[in-house]
Design a protein around this ligand. Structure first.
Ligand code: HBI
Ligand code: FE
Length: 296
């Protein structure tokens, strides 16, 4: 919840515990909701072989949760032994510091509500389909799992240093919209892309966006769009690169960046490792984009 929201958050925040967790209340999902889940899952699972990274594909195949809205308990029984992460249910977006505290303790907050059928292609806030389909498979990867915890710890520090905006850009351009170089070409590991019917193709096949090699300070200095497809994607070579980049203390980086104007989402710089320079043609309207965040 970086920045302001113009509207009240969706979700029932009346019964949560102090750490914003709730019970999933799986029995309350209707058969129409399970059916909507199946349709969302079927569409995305069909796209995964061509566009998702190997790590995501392998886990999705073994988890096999396309039959209906999954029970968090059942997933935790597999996830905890794999990487010592667990899912916790939350009403929706939670305050930044609460979010970071969960990640720092290897707990991933998953929203309990599912979008309405009219929102099949686009939702304003992350729902259970985005949180679960997009994020959970990657938590089974040991290196990525450690990166997420490091991000949570970094978030707590950034909060104290007034630097959440910069760290949020890192999350956005990696965890939500990151690309990875593979022998088969560019693939995605970003949850915002993996849970989107349109952007999953667009991020890899469209001539419009820039695709640029990941560079930590460059990413933390780059603004992002929340209501259109991304104008720039950053490409990592592997998850070790990502984890290694986030190991140093960020405090000196924040001091440096605080004095500098951020780049726009469309900027290509002299020193960029350019995989593809975007054609810059018109972007699709908001209704086709895959925004997993209420605001920035
Ligand atoms: N809360 N439930 C939830 N999910 C998120 O992804 C999330 C959040 N609160 C804050 C937040 N993300 C981001 O703004 C931070 O990563 C900066
Ligand atoms: Fe997300």
């Amino acid at each position: 919840m970086t920045g302001q929201t113009e509207h009240a958050l969706r979700g029932d925040y009346s019964r949560m515990r102090p750490d914003y967790t709730v019970d999933q209340d799986w029995d309350a999902y209707t058969s129409a909701q399970h059916d909507l889940w199946r349709r969302l899952y079927a569409r995305q699972a069909a796209l995964v072989p061509d566009y998702a990274c190997e790590e995501f594909r392998a886990t999705l195949a073994t988890l096999d949760y396309g039959a209906g809205i999954p029970r968090f308990d059942a997933i935790n029984a597999m996830l905890h032994p794999a990487t010592r992460w667990q899912l916790v249910a939350v009403p929706g977006l939670v305050p930044d510091l609460v979010f970071f505290e969960h990640l720092a303790n290897r707990r991933f907050p998953v929203t309990v509500w599912l979008r309405d059928p009219e929102e099949f292609d686009y939702i304003v806030e992350p729902d259970i389909f985005h949180d679960f389909f997009g994020h959970v498979p990657m938590l089974f990867n040991p290196v990525f799992a450690d990166y997420m915890q490091a991000y949570g710890r970094g978030g707590i520090k950034a909060h104290a240093l007034g630097a959440i905006e910069m760290l949020a850009r890192l999350y956005w351009y990696t965890v939500e919209f990151g690309l990875i170089e593979t022998r088969a070409g560019l693939r995605t590991y970003g949850a915002g892309i993996l849970s989107s019917g349109g952007e999953i193709r667009h991020c890899i096949e469209s001539p419009r966006p820039n695709r640029i090699g990941f560079d930590l300070l460059r990413v933390m200095r780059t603004r992002y769009k929340i209501d259109t497809y991304q104008e720039t994607y950053f490409v990592i070579r592997d998850f070790d690169e990502l984890f290694a980049a986030t190991e140093p203390d960020f405090a000196p980086y924040y001091r440096e960046l605080h004095a500098l104007e951020p780049w726009t989402a469309a900027t290509v710089l002299e020193g960029d490792r350019v995989y593809h320079r975007g054609s810059g043609a018109a972007r699709p309207p908001a209704r086709e984009a895959s925004n997993p965040r209420a605001s920035t």
